[in-house]
Design a protein around this ligand. Structure first.
Ligand code: ADP
Ligand code: NA
Length: 350
């Protein structure tokens, strides 16, 4: 049996938005109770799609500030920056040799981000999921809270772990390492665990405010499509007022949200922010017009986000506190990652 360890990461690219908060960071906060958690700013990932960033150090601090402002306890758990722990990249190299090119070619995020000119995408963008597997498995992480866009990458992490366990089975035993687990019904002597995604919750995928069929994303060119964690009250209010809806009012039950992605999204956001189910939200607002619902959503969003925004601003004003957290977190993470890499070098034969 593997000890339960929660790991997740967020890229330091662009503004954090409500999708990142509801799909990821808020789950990180909730999981702290009773679990060992490691939360990482994944800066190595940020250069896969865009090599040069105007202010990468500032972006890294702002993600760490969002973690802390949202309530992550960096003393009890670990908050750090990926590049501070070179063992991630070292294990990723081994995983690049475990993984198959065909597995990588099938990743929908790669296809989306590479676009039409695939031959010209960076090799790093193709190998991204292998580094992500290393991020988690260098701590032998078992549980990964993410939005549902990351599900395919986590399946790939399991495939990589499984292939490593099987290809190196003899060496793992010879080194006196690994533990017996069951994968389905099959007993496996495993060095790396099979990671479990933690995706569920009322808002596993927050959609764009301008187009209910696209996910809310940092890379959407329209700023009206997303609520950023650093938006002030007026901006939040404007974006929600302008959010696309259909002409009907709110239905009285979930069935009535079918085929209405914009309405479904706004109800889902309200439910997630209020910690309620969509059905509960509809029992309160069913039959009302969006002219009534939207102001209620603005009020709730401001109520939840404004304390986080204020704390992020405070932390960003004096960067020494965040820099300290990242430095100490990096030291603690390095120690744990090196323990794994020592064993992996033994298994591989380095
Ligand atoms: P982005 O996709 O905006 O570039 P990241 O790739 O850094 O953001 O994702 C950070 C975390 O936020 C991941 O766990 C991802 O699943 C989650 N996430 C990103 N966008 C959304 C969304 N629209 N809804 C729910 N979760 C999301
Ligand atoms: Na993403």
């Amino acid at each position: 049996e593997f000890n339960k360890l929660v790991f997740s990461g967020v890229q330091p690219t662009g503004n954090l938005h409500l999708g990142n908060y509801l799909g990821a960071i808020r789950k990180f906060v909730a999981l702290q109770d009773g679990n060992d958690c490691i939360y990482c700013v994944v800066d190595l990932h940020s250069i896969t799609a865009q090599l040069v960033h105007p202010d990468l150090p500032g972006q890294i601090r702002s993600i760490a500030a969002a973690f802390i402002a949202s309530g992550i306890d960096a003393e009890k758990h670990i908050v750090f920056n990926q590049s501070a722990v070179p063992q991630h990249a070292e294990l990723a190299w081994v995983f690049n040799c475990v993984a198959r090119i065909g597995w990588m070619n099938r990743m929908t995020q790669f296809k989306d981000k590479a676009g039409k000119d695939r031959e010209n995408a960076s090799l790093g963008l193709l190998a991204y999921p292998s580094l992500m597997a290393a991020d988690i498995l260098v701590y032998r992480g078992t549980h990964v809270p993410v939005g549902d866009d990351q599900k395919q990458h986590l399946e790939l992490a399991r495939d990589i772990a499984m292939k490593f366990n099987l290809d190196y089975a003899d060496n793992i035993r010879k080194a006196g390492l690994g533990t017996d687990i069951k994968v389905g019904d099959e007993p496996v002597h495993a060095y790396f665990p099979m990671v479990e995604p933690l995706i569920d919750g009322p808002a596993p995928r927050v959609m764009s405010l301008r187009d209910g069929t696209k996910k809310m994303s940092k890379s959407d060119p329209s700023d009206l499509s997303r609520i950023n964690l650093m938006d002030d009250e007026e901006t939040i209010s404007k974006k929600i007022r302008k959010a696309k809806t259909d002409p009907d009012g709110l239905p009285s039950d979930i069935e009535g949200l079918k085929g209405r992605p914009e309405a479904d999204n706004l109800v889902g956001i309200y439910a997630a922010l209020a910690d309620k189910s969509k059905a509960q939200v509809l029992s309160e607002f069913g039959g009302q017009q969006f002219s009534v619902f939207k102001p209620a959503l603005v009020e709730l969003a401001v109520h939840v986000l404004s304390p986080i925004t204020a704390e992020m601003r405070r932390l960003m004003d004096d960067t020494s506190h965040i820099d300290n957290i990242l430095r100490k977190g990096g030291e603690r993470a390095r120690e744990r990652a090196e323990k794994t890499m020592n064993e992996v070098r033994d298994i591989v034969g380095f």
